[in-house]
Design a protein around this ligand. Structure first.
Ligand code: PLP
Length: 387
């Protein structure tokens, strides 16, 4: 039996604070309490930090600082983009196009809008999780005011053809939003290369603090704010700013931009090792999501004849943290909307786990996880055969 390790493989859910981020946040907490809107030097010091953070976030995604609005996280950024663009476009029409595999922050927001007079088209995806740009083109109507398609899926890791969809949106002069919470900091993200008007990102997925994020709003894009009050964030997001959080996001963005090429290649290497090992030792395991067009840090597998929750618990007992593809609601395990959409049967979907690597993971961790996982899958299958 190998020595017990602690292996965190749930970086798509959240990441720990990077030490450099923590240091910068502590410095702000200790030294800079001013309100960035105040005109005296306490305020000016805070304002300077706020704008430095804005510059750093803008640099990470190829935007201009004045196009960055700070929010309370990915969820709020998605809500602000989708509701904001839908409301701003009401005089033109009430049709929205999205995909069936969006994060709930987009999906549930669209459901709310549909209950309030909007018409929403949910595009299907293929077995690898791809949205077909042709389907987007076909779904466009005269009254379409918003297209919102995620950059990469948080469960299965598939990277969507955003530049192409963006080109189609632009041809039709329709506002285009992408939820890039899973891609920013992991693969190169440039708002002009992606042809997007609105882009959501979140700090805690890139080694920043929880409860802070940003929305990129391309100059000239019309959106209505969700909150009303002061004039902060150019009135798109009023309220005194969460300065320590924003400074943390700014530092996380700077570190991400600096380390992206090396870390991204390292994540890819670790995931390749994990995928190769699983395929070799559990030949009937099914890799979910596209084999190549996927996030460098995401591995998602289904093992027939197993239960994801049981695998999660078994791995947890050995110090390994993963997540499943199903949410346990009222005792019965419910297949996630994403796994359902890519066509997994309830049986196969139930045996699904997601493993997402990050900074702390090393090759030895992957080998440790492989041994533990293979044994658990075999044990579960053997047990099922007996009963
Ligand atoms: C985590 C996540 C969100 C939500 O971000 P929060 O900052 O936790 O609100 C939205 N979209 C995707 C794709 C995510 O992975």
């Amino acid at each position: 039996m190998a020595v017990r390790r602690e292996v965190y493989l749930d970086h798509a859910a959240t990441t720990p604070l990077h030490p450099e981020v923590q240091k910068e946040m502590c410095h702000i907490l200790e030294n800079t309490f001013g309100n960035p809107s105040s005109l005296h030097f306490y305020g000016r010091a805070a304002k300077q930090q706020l704008e430095l953070a804005r510059t750093r976030v803008a640099a990470l995604i190829g935007a201009r600082p004045e196009e960055i609005i700070f929010t309370s996280g990915g969820t709020e950024s998605d809500n602000l983009a989708v509701i904001g663009a839908a409301f701003a476009g009401r005089s033109k029409g009430r049709h929205i196009i999205t995909s069936a595999i969006e994060h709930h922050a987009v999906l549930d927001t669209c459901v709310m809008l549909a209950r309030n007079g909007f018409d929403v088209t949910y595009l299907p995806v293929d077995k690898d999780g791809f949205v077909d740009p042709l389907d987007v083109r076909k779904a466009i109507r005269r009254d379409t005011v918003l297209i919102t398609i995620m950059h990469a899926n948080n469960e299965i890791g598939t990277i969507e053809p955003i530049p192409e969809i963006g080109r189609i949106a632009r041809e039709h002069e329709i506002t285009f939003h992408t939820d890039a919470v899973q891609t920013v900091g992991y693969i190169p993200v440039h708002v002009d290369a992606l042809n997007v008007d609105l882009l959501s990102l979140s700090a805690h997925k890139i080694y920043g603090p929880k409860g802070v994020g940003a929305l990129y709003i391309r100059k000239g894009t019309r959106i209505q704010p969700l909150l009303h009050g002061g004039g902060q964030e150019r009135e798109y997001r009023p309220g005194t700013e969460n300065l320590p959080g924003i400074v943390g996001l700014g530092k996380a963005a700077e570190v991400a931009a600096r380390d992206l090429p090396g870390e991204s290649a390292r994540y890819r290497m670790l995931c390749d090792r994990l995928i190769r090992g699983i395929k070799e030792r559990i030949p009937d395991a099914k890799l979910n999501g596209h084999p190549e067009q996927r996030l460098p840090h995401n591995v998602n597998f289904s093992f027939c004849g197993t239960k994801g929750e049981c695998l999660l618990v078994g791995l947890d007992q050995q110090g390994i943290a993963v997540s499943t593809g199903s949410a346990c609601s009222s005792g019965a395990s419910q297949l996630s909307h994403v796994l359902k959409e890519i066509g997994l049967t309830p049986e196969l979907g139930a045996g699904t786990i997601r493993m997402t690597v990050g900074r702390s993971n090393k090759e030895e961790d992957i080998d440790y996880v492989l041994d533990a996982l293979v044994e658990l899958v075999e044990r579960q299958r053997a047990f099922d055969e007996k009963v």
